[in-house]
Design a binder for this molecule. Structure first.
Ligand SMILES: [Zn+2]
Length: 113
């Protein structure tokens, strides 16, 4: 499962940061998920709980927010917001769109002590 390896990656970061930032418990993790990322939020919550068992992040809350991708329309030359990766430009209908990001996941914020 894709979500499981993502959570393992998040936990790895938490453990690495714990050494450099001197914390021993993680209470809350806020992650930002790109709007085009194929991530099931329920699965992410579930996997996070499983992966964090018996670690410094056991029982930590996971907040997931969605980040809009930066999309650029090459036909009309401006930044646009599209609903999904296969949508045309909402202004001119062109499919010549360039998308930057939108399919990654990153940690925004942590509550630790
Ligand atoms: Zn356009």
């Amino acid at each position: 499962m894709h979500e499981m390896s993502l959570c393992e990656g998040i936990l790895q970061i938490l453990q690495d940061n714990a050494k450099t930032q001197n914390y021993t418990r993680v209470h809350r993790v806020r992650v930002e998920v790109g709007q085009f990322a194929t991530i099931e939020k329920d699965a992410l919550h579930f996997c996070f709980e499983v992966v964090c068992r018996n670690t410094l992040a056991e029982g930590a809350a996971l907040d997931i927010c969605t980040a809009a991708a930066n999309t650029w329309c090459m036909a009309c030359g401006k930044a646009v917001v599209i609903e999904d990766r296969f949508s045309p430009c909402p202004d001119c209908g062109s499919y010549q769109l360039q998308t930057d990001g939108g399919d990654d996941i990153r940690i925004k914020d942590l509550e630790v002590n």
